[in-house]
Design a protein around this ligand. Structure first.
Ligand SMILES: *Cc1c(COP(=O)(O)O)cnc(C)c1O
Length: 399
Protein backbone atom coordinates (compact mmCIF):
# COMPACT_ATOMS: atom_id res chain seq x y z
CA UNK A 1 0.00 0.00 0.00
CA UNK A 2 2.46 2.68 0.97
CA UNK A 3 3.62 5.22 -1.56
CA UNK A 4 6.78 5.57 0.52
CA UNK A 5 7.91 2.30 -1.01
CA UNK A 6 8.29 3.96 -4.39
CA UNK A 7 9.85 7.24 -3.29
CA UNK A 8 12.63 8.23 -5.67
CA UNK A 9 14.14 10.62 -8.17
CA UNK A 10 10.74 11.89 -9.40
CA UNK A 11 9.76 13.15 -5.93
CA UNK A 12 13.18 14.72 -5.42
CA UNK A 13 12.89 16.58 -8.73
CA UNK A 14 9.47 18.04 -7.89
CA UNK A 15 10.68 19.14 -4.44
CA UNK A 16 13.81 20.61 -5.99
CA UNK A 17 11.66 22.86 -8.21
CA UNK A 18 10.11 24.33 -5.10
CA UNK A 19 13.39 24.64 -3.23
CA UNK A 20 14.94 26.49 -6.14
CA UNK A 21 12.30 29.20 -6.14
CA UNK A 22 11.93 29.30 -2.36
CA UNK A 23 8.16 29.76 -2.76
CA UNK A 24 6.65 27.36 -0.25
CA UNK A 25 3.23 29.02 -0.24
CA UNK A 26 0.57 27.52 -2.46
CA UNK A 27 -0.99 30.93 -3.19
CA UNK A 28 0.51 34.07 -4.65
CA UNK A 29 4.16 34.93 -5.38
CA UNK A 30 3.24 34.62 -9.05
CA UNK A 31 6.54 35.89 -10.46
CA UNK A 32 8.93 34.42 -7.90
CA UNK A 33 7.52 30.91 -8.32
CA UNK A 34 8.62 30.74 -11.96
CA UNK A 35 5.62 28.79 -13.14
CA UNK A 36 5.72 26.12 -10.42
CA UNK A 37 2.26 25.57 -8.97
CA UNK A 38 2.52 22.21 -7.25
CA UNK A 39 -0.73 22.23 -5.24
CA UNK A 40 -2.69 23.61 -8.16
CA UNK A 41 -1.24 21.07 -10.58
CA UNK A 42 -2.04 18.22 -8.21
CA UNK A 43 -5.61 19.46 -7.90
CA UNK A 44 -6.08 19.64 -11.66
CA UNK A 45 -4.63 16.20 -12.24
CA UNK A 46 -6.50 14.58 -9.38
CA UNK A 47 -9.81 16.10 -10.48
CA UNK A 48 -9.19 14.83 -13.98
CA UNK A 49 -8.28 11.38 -12.74
CA UNK A 50 -11.36 11.04 -10.53
CA UNK A 51 -13.60 12.66 -13.13
CA UNK A 52 -14.83 15.57 -11.04
CA UNK A 53 -14.90 19.30 -11.58
CA UNK A 54 -13.16 20.37 -8.38
CA UNK A 55 -10.40 19.21 -6.08
CA UNK A 56 -8.92 21.01 -3.10
CA UNK A 57 -5.65 19.76 -1.67
CA UNK A 58 -5.38 20.29 2.09
CA UNK A 59 -2.93 19.56 4.89
CA UNK A 60 -4.21 16.11 5.91
CA UNK A 61 -6.98 13.58 5.45
CA UNK A 62 -8.39 14.67 8.79
CA UNK A 63 -8.46 18.27 7.53
CA UNK A 64 -10.22 17.00 4.38
CA UNK A 65 -12.96 15.40 6.49
CA UNK A 66 -13.36 18.56 8.57
CA UNK A 67 -13.46 20.66 5.41
CA UNK A 68 -16.11 18.45 3.80
CA UNK A 69 -18.26 18.53 6.93
CA UNK A 70 -18.00 22.33 7.12
CA UNK A 71 -18.65 22.84 3.41
CA UNK A 72 -21.75 20.65 3.45
CA UNK A 73 -23.07 22.52 6.46
CA UNK A 74 -22.67 19.79 9.09
CA UNK A 75 -22.13 21.34 12.50
CA UNK A 76 -23.38 21.85 16.03
CA UNK A 77 -25.99 19.34 17.11
CA UNK A 78 -26.11 17.35 13.89
CA UNK A 79 -25.67 13.60 13.80
CA UNK A 80 -23.38 11.84 11.36
CA UNK A 81 -23.61 8.09 10.81
CA UNK A 82 -20.21 6.42 10.61
CA UNK A 83 -18.85 2.86 10.84
CA UNK A 84 -17.06 1.39 13.88
CA UNK A 85 -14.25 0.07 11.66
CA UNK A 86 -12.29 3.08 10.42
CA UNK A 87 -9.44 5.25 11.63
CA UNK A 88 -9.95 7.53 14.65
CA UNK A 89 -9.85 10.59 12.37
CA UNK A 90 -13.37 9.85 11.12
CA UNK A 91 -15.05 10.38 14.48
CA UNK A 92 -12.56 13.04 15.54
CA UNK A 93 -13.58 15.18 12.56
CA UNK A 94 -17.26 14.75 13.36
CA UNK A 95 -16.72 15.69 17.01
CA UNK A 96 -14.51 18.64 16.02
CA UNK A 97 -17.44 19.89 13.93
CA UNK A 98 -19.62 19.90 17.06
CA UNK A 99 -21.66 17.05 15.62
CA UNK A 100 -22.32 13.66 17.21
CA UNK A 101 -21.00 10.49 15.60
CA UNK A 102 -23.59 7.72 15.48
CA UNK A 103 -22.24 4.25 14.82
CA UNK A 104 -23.97 1.81 12.51
CA UNK A 105 -22.86 -1.76 11.84
CA UNK A 106 -20.62 -2.87 9.01
CA UNK A 107 -21.31 -5.86 6.77
CA UNK A 108 -18.90 -8.33 5.13
CA UNK A 109 -17.58 -5.54 2.90
CA UNK A 110 -16.00 -4.26 6.17
CA UNK A 111 -17.78 -0.98 5.40
CA UNK A 112 -21.10 0.52 6.51
CA UNK A 113 -24.06 -1.76 5.92
CA UNK A 114 -26.80 0.15 4.02
CA UNK A 115 -29.48 -1.57 6.12
CA UNK A 116 -27.74 -0.62 9.37
CA UNK A 117 -27.71 3.03 8.28
CA UNK A 118 -31.49 2.98 8.04
CA UNK A 119 -31.72 1.66 11.61
CA UNK A 120 -29.38 4.33 12.99
CA UNK A 121 -31.40 7.19 11.53
CA UNK A 122 -32.88 9.81 13.90
CA UNK A 123 -34.51 13.22 13.43
CA UNK A 124 -31.05 14.78 13.90
CA UNK A 125 -29.24 12.72 11.27
CA UNK A 126 -27.74 15.08 8.68
CA UNK A 127 -25.05 13.04 7.03
CA UNK A 128 -23.69 9.58 6.37
CA UNK A 129 -19.96 9.05 6.14
CA UNK A 130 -19.08 5.61 4.81
CA UNK A 131 -15.40 4.68 4.91
CA UNK A 132 -14.03 2.63 2.04
CA UNK A 133 -11.71 0.62 4.25
CA UNK A 134 -8.53 -1.23 3.40
CA UNK A 135 -8.53 -0.45 -0.30
CA UNK A 136 -12.07 -1.41 -1.29
CA UNK A 137 -15.60 -0.12 -1.36
CA UNK A 138 -18.84 -0.17 0.57
CA UNK A 139 -22.14 -0.92 -1.18
CA UNK A 140 -21.88 2.69 -2.22
CA UNK A 141 -24.69 2.61 -4.80
CA UNK A 142 -27.20 1.46 -2.18
CA UNK A 143 -25.87 3.95 0.37
CA UNK A 144 -26.13 6.75 -2.17
CA UNK A 145 -29.70 5.96 -3.13
CA UNK A 146 -30.68 5.76 0.54
CA UNK A 147 -29.09 9.16 1.24
CA UNK A 148 -30.75 10.71 -1.81
CA UNK A 149 -34.10 9.31 -0.79
CA UNK A 150 -33.80 10.68 2.78
CA UNK A 151 -32.16 13.97 1.83
CA UNK A 152 -28.97 13.17 3.73
CA UNK A 153 -25.52 14.48 2.90
CA UNK A 154 -23.16 11.74 1.77
CA UNK A 155 -19.45 12.25 2.46
CA UNK A 156 -17.12 9.42 1.47
CA UNK A 157 -13.97 8.79 3.47
CA UNK A 158 -11.67 7.40 0.78
CA UNK A 159 -8.48 7.88 2.81
CA UNK A 160 -7.53 4.21 2.42
CA UNK A 161 -8.78 3.60 -1.11
CA UNK A 162 -7.39 6.19 -3.48
CA UNK A 163 -7.57 4.85 -7.03
CA UNK A 164 -10.50 2.58 -6.19
CA UNK A 165 -13.75 2.64 -8.15
CA UNK A 166 -17.22 1.12 -8.24
CA UNK A 167 -18.60 0.14 -11.64
CA UNK A 168 -15.99 2.32 -13.30
CA UNK A 169 -16.77 5.44 -11.25
CA UNK A 170 -14.08 6.69 -8.85
CA UNK A 171 -14.70 6.24 -5.14
CA UNK A 172 -15.25 9.66 -3.62
CA UNK A 173 -17.54 10.78 -6.46
CA UNK A 174 -20.78 9.19 -5.24
CA UNK A 175 -21.56 11.64 -2.46
CA UNK A 176 -21.56 15.42 -2.26
CA UNK A 177 -17.88 15.24 -1.34
CA UNK A 178 -15.09 12.66 -1.26
CA UNK A 179 -12.15 12.87 1.14
CA UNK A 180 -8.66 11.48 0.65
CA UNK A 181 -5.52 11.19 2.74
CA UNK A 182 -1.94 11.35 1.53
CA UNK A 183 -0.29 10.77 4.90
CA UNK A 184 2.99 8.83 5.09
CA UNK A 185 1.39 5.36 5.09
CA UNK A 186 -1.31 5.80 2.49
CA UNK A 187 -1.18 4.45 -1.07
CA UNK A 188 0.33 7.69 -2.33
CA UNK A 189 1.76 10.27 0.00
CA UNK A 190 2.55 13.98 0.23
CA UNK A 191 4.36 13.39 3.53
CA UNK A 192 1.21 14.85 5.05
CA UNK A 193 -1.75 15.87 2.94
CA UNK A 194 -5.34 15.26 2.00
CA UNK A 195 -7.93 16.28 -0.58
CA UNK A 196 -11.63 16.90 -1.03
CA UNK A 197 -13.30 16.43 -4.38
CA UNK A 198 -16.73 17.49 -5.58
CA UNK A 199 -18.75 18.34 -8.66
CA UNK A 200 -20.62 21.09 -6.87
CA UNK A 201 -19.20 24.58 -7.37
CA UNK A 202 -20.77 26.04 -4.24
CA UNK A 203 -19.49 23.20 -2.04
CA UNK A 204 -16.05 23.66 -3.52
CA UNK A 205 -16.19 27.36 -2.81
CA UNK A 206 -17.14 26.79 0.82
CA UNK A 207 -14.35 24.21 1.18
CA UNK A 208 -11.85 26.56 -0.44
CA UNK A 209 -12.82 29.38 1.95
CA UNK A 210 -12.91 27.14 5.00
CA UNK A 211 -9.46 25.65 4.48
CA UNK A 212 -7.75 29.04 4.15
CA UNK A 213 -9.18 31.46 6.74
CA UNK A 214 -12.17 32.31 4.59
CA UNK A 215 -10.07 33.82 1.80
CA UNK A 216 -12.04 34.16 -1.42
CA UNK A 217 -8.89 33.73 -3.55
CA UNK A 218 -10.12 36.28 -6.09
CA UNK A 219 -7.34 38.81 -5.77
CA UNK A 220 -3.58 38.56 -6.32
CA UNK A 221 -2.93 40.48 -3.08
CA UNK A 222 -3.92 38.27 -0.12
CA UNK A 223 -4.16 41.29 2.15
CA UNK A 224 -6.89 42.76 -0.03
CA UNK A 225 -8.95 39.61 -0.44
CA UNK A 226 -12.43 39.36 0.99
CA UNK A 227 -13.47 36.81 3.62
CA UNK A 228 -17.03 35.65 2.93
CA UNK A 229 -16.79 33.37 6.01
CA UNK A 230 -14.43 32.59 8.87
CA UNK A 231 -12.30 29.54 8.31
CA UNK A 232 -9.17 27.90 9.52
CA UNK A 233 -5.77 26.96 8.15
CA UNK A 234 -5.74 23.57 6.46
CA UNK A 235 -3.44 24.70 3.66
CA UNK A 236 -0.87 22.32 2.23
CA UNK A 237 2.67 23.53 1.60
CA UNK A 238 4.14 23.47 -1.89
CA UNK A 239 6.83 21.06 -0.66
CA UNK A 240 4.25 18.48 0.36
CA UNK A 241 2.20 19.04 -2.79
CA UNK A 242 5.37 18.52 -4.87
CA UNK A 243 5.91 15.08 -3.35
CA UNK A 244 2.27 14.23 -4.00
CA UNK A 245 2.48 15.31 -7.62
CA UNK A 246 5.26 12.81 -8.32
CA UNK A 247 3.42 10.11 -6.38
CA UNK A 248 0.18 10.68 -8.25
CA UNK A 249 1.89 9.76 -11.51
CA UNK A 250 2.85 6.42 -9.96
CA UNK A 251 -0.61 5.54 -8.71
CA UNK A 252 -1.58 3.30 -11.63
CA UNK A 253 1.67 1.35 -11.37
CA UNK A 254 1.25 0.96 -7.61
CA UNK A 255 -2.28 -0.38 -7.95
CA UNK A 256 -1.35 -2.74 -10.74
CA UNK A 257 1.44 -4.24 -8.62
CA UNK A 258 -0.81 -4.49 -5.57
CA UNK A 259 -3.50 -6.27 -7.56
CA UNK A 260 -1.05 -8.83 -8.85
CA UNK A 261 0.42 -9.50 -5.38
CA UNK A 262 -3.00 -9.68 -3.81
CA UNK A 263 -4.37 -12.02 -6.45
CA UNK A 264 -1.44 -14.39 -6.02
CA UNK A 265 -1.99 -14.61 -2.25
CA UNK A 266 -5.74 -14.88 -2.62
CA UNK A 267 -5.51 -17.75 -5.07
CA UNK A 268 -3.17 -19.57 -2.71
CA UNK A 269 -5.63 -19.24 0.17
CA UNK A 270 -8.69 -20.04 -1.96
CA UNK A 271 -8.07 -23.75 -1.73
CA UNK A 272 -8.87 -23.74 1.98
CA UNK A 273 -12.59 -24.25 2.16
CA UNK A 274 -12.84 -22.85 5.66
CA UNK A 275 -11.34 -19.51 4.68
CA UNK A 276 -13.80 -17.01 3.22
CA UNK A 277 -12.96 -13.63 1.75
CA UNK A 278 -14.11 -10.12 2.37
CA UNK A 279 -16.98 -9.16 0.10
CA UNK A 280 -15.96 -6.62 -2.54
CA UNK A 281 -18.94 -5.19 -4.45
CA UNK A 282 -16.80 -4.53 -7.54
CA UNK A 283 -13.57 -6.56 -7.67
CA UNK A 284 -12.42 -4.55 -10.68
CA UNK A 285 -12.39 -1.39 -8.60
CA UNK A 286 -10.37 -2.81 -5.71
CA UNK A 287 -7.21 -0.81 -5.09
CA UNK A 288 -5.86 -3.98 -3.47
CA UNK A 289 -3.98 -2.50 -0.53
CA UNK A 290 -5.03 -5.38 1.74
CA UNK A 291 -6.15 -8.97 1.46
CA UNK A 292 -8.77 -9.61 4.13
CA UNK A 293 -10.29 -13.00 4.90
CA UNK A 294 -12.36 -14.61 7.59
CA UNK A 295 -11.60 -17.68 9.64
CA UNK A 296 -14.39 -19.86 11.02
CA UNK A 297 -13.99 -18.57 14.60
CA UNK A 298 -12.49 -15.57 16.40
CA UNK A 299 -9.99 -17.73 18.27
CA UNK A 300 -8.66 -19.17 15.00
CA UNK A 301 -8.32 -15.71 13.44
CA UNK A 302 -6.29 -14.40 16.34
CA UNK A 303 -4.11 -17.49 16.38
CA UNK A 304 -3.59 -17.35 12.61
CA UNK A 305 -2.30 -13.79 12.97
CA UNK A 306 0.02 -14.76 15.81
CA UNK A 307 1.44 -17.67 13.84
CA UNK A 308 2.05 -15.48 10.81
CA UNK A 309 3.90 -12.97 12.96
CA UNK A 310 5.97 -15.73 14.59
CA UNK A 311 6.87 -17.02 11.14
CA UNK A 312 8.15 -13.55 10.19
CA UNK A 313 5.26 -12.68 7.87
CA UNK A 314 4.98 -8.93 8.50
CA UNK A 315 1.98 -6.68 7.92
CA UNK A 316 -0.75 -8.97 9.27
CA UNK A 317 -3.51 -7.38 11.30
CA UNK A 318 -6.13 -8.61 13.71
CA UNK A 319 -8.15 -5.39 13.67
CA UNK A 320 -10.56 -6.59 16.34
CA UNK A 321 -7.94 -5.83 18.97
CA UNK A 322 -6.35 -2.87 17.18
CA UNK A 323 -6.45 0.45 19.02
CA UNK A 324 -6.60 2.69 15.98
CA UNK A 325 -9.12 1.09 13.75
CA UNK A 326 -11.89 -0.57 15.70
CA UNK A 327 -14.35 0.87 18.18
CA UNK A 328 -13.86 -1.80 20.86
CA UNK A 329 -10.61 -0.21 22.00
CA UNK A 330 -11.59 3.45 21.65
CA UNK A 331 -11.82 4.14 25.38
CA UNK A 332 -10.97 7.82 24.84
CA UNK A 333 -13.96 8.26 22.55
CA UNK A 334 -16.29 6.34 24.87
CA UNK A 335 -15.31 8.64 27.76
CA UNK A 336 -15.29 11.70 25.43
CA UNK A 337 -11.80 12.57 26.64
CA UNK A 338 -10.30 15.63 25.05
CA UNK A 339 -7.80 18.37 25.82
CA UNK A 340 -10.66 20.82 26.34
CA UNK A 341 -14.42 20.76 26.85
CA UNK A 342 -16.08 19.45 23.71
CA UNK A 343 -19.05 21.16 22.05
CA UNK A 344 -20.89 17.81 21.86
CA UNK A 345 -20.98 17.59 25.66
CA UNK A 346 -23.48 20.46 25.57
CA UNK A 347 -25.94 18.41 23.55
CA UNK A 348 -28.94 16.71 25.05
CA UNK A 349 -29.65 13.11 23.99
CA UNK A 350 -26.08 12.29 23.11
CA UNK A 351 -25.61 8.61 22.20
CA UNK A 352 -24.45 6.54 25.19
CA UNK A 353 -20.85 6.16 24.03
CA UNK A 354 -19.81 4.18 27.13
CA UNK A 355 -22.26 1.44 26.24
CA UNK A 356 -22.04 1.19 22.49
CA UNK A 357 -23.03 -2.25 21.33
CA UNK A 358 -22.37 -3.43 17.79
CA UNK A 359 -22.57 -7.22 17.98
CA UNK A 360 -22.83 -7.69 14.22
CA UNK A 361 -19.64 -5.71 13.61
CA UNK A 362 -17.94 -7.53 16.51
CA UNK A 363 -18.86 -10.86 15.01
CA UNK A 364 -17.47 -9.92 11.59
CA UNK A 365 -14.31 -8.20 12.84
CA UNK A 366 -13.43 -10.90 15.37
CA UNK A 367 -13.02 -13.41 12.55
CA UNK A 368 -11.15 -11.14 10.14
CA UNK A 369 -7.46 -11.22 9.30
CA UNK A 370 -5.91 -8.57 7.04
CA UNK A 371 -2.63 -8.76 5.20
CA UNK A 372 -1.00 -5.58 3.97
CA UNK A 373 -0.03 -5.83 0.31
CA UNK A 374 3.35 -4.30 -0.42
CA UNK A 375 4.41 -2.90 -3.76
CA UNK A 376 8.09 -3.71 -3.41
CA UNK A 377 7.94 -7.47 -2.81
CA UNK A 378 10.29 -9.32 -5.12
CA UNK A 379 8.92 -12.46 -6.84
CA UNK A 380 10.98 -14.50 -4.34
CA UNK A 381 9.51 -12.64 -1.35
CA UNK A 382 6.02 -13.11 -2.69
CA UNK A 383 6.64 -16.80 -3.23
CA UNK A 384 8.02 -17.22 0.29
CA UNK A 385 4.99 -15.45 1.69
CA UNK A 386 2.65 -17.71 -0.26
CA UNK A 387 4.47 -20.78 1.07
CA UNK A 388 4.44 -19.64 4.70
CA UNK A 389 0.82 -18.54 4.64
CA UNK A 390 -0.43 -21.75 3.02
CA UNK A 391 1.68 -23.89 5.37
CA UNK A 392 0.15 -22.18 8.43
CA UNK A 393 -3.35 -22.36 6.96
CA UNK A 394 -2.82 -26.05 6.25
CA UNK A 395 -1.61 -26.74 9.80
CA UNK A 396 -4.55 -24.93 11.33
CA UNK A 397 -7.40 -25.75 9.00
CA UNK A 398 -6.52 -28.88 7.10
CA UNK A 399 -7.26 -28.75 3.39
C1 LIG B 1 -5.58 7.97 7.34
C2 LIG B 1 -7.02 8.09 7.51
C3 LIG B 1 -7.66 9.32 7.76
C4 LIG B 1 -6.92 10.56 8.10
O1 LIG B 1 -5.90 10.94 7.30
P1 LIG B 1 -4.65 11.79 7.82
O2 LIG B 1 -4.06 12.29 6.56
O3 LIG B 1 -3.72 10.85 8.54
O4 LIG B 1 -5.15 12.88 8.70
C5 LIG B 1 -9.03 9.36 7.77
N1 LIG B 1 -9.77 8.25 7.59
C6 LIG B 1 -9.21 7.05 7.38
C7 LIG B 1 -10.08 5.86 7.15
C8 LIG B 1 -7.81 6.92 7.35
O5 LIG B 1 -7.27 5.71 7.18
Amino acid sequence: MPGFEVFGEEERKEVQDVLETGVLHRYGFDVARKGHWKAKSFEQQFAERTGVKYCLLVSSGTAALSTALAATGIGAGDEVIIPPFTFVATFEAVIAAGAAPVFADIDHTLCLDPKAIAKALTARTKAVMPVHMCGAMAHIDEIKSFCDQKGLVLIEDVAQSVGGSFNGKALGTFGQMGCFSFDPVKTITCGEGGAVITDDEELFRQADYHADHGHDHLCSDRGLEDHPIMGTNFRISELSAAVGLAQLRKLDQIIEKQRFHKQTLKEALSRFARITFRQIPDENGDSATFLTFFLPEAEAAKKFCQKLAEAGVGGCFYWYENKWHYLRQWDHLKALKSAAKLPVTLLADLPDYQNLKLPVSDHIMSKAVSMLIMVSWTPQELQKRVETVTRIAGEMLGQ
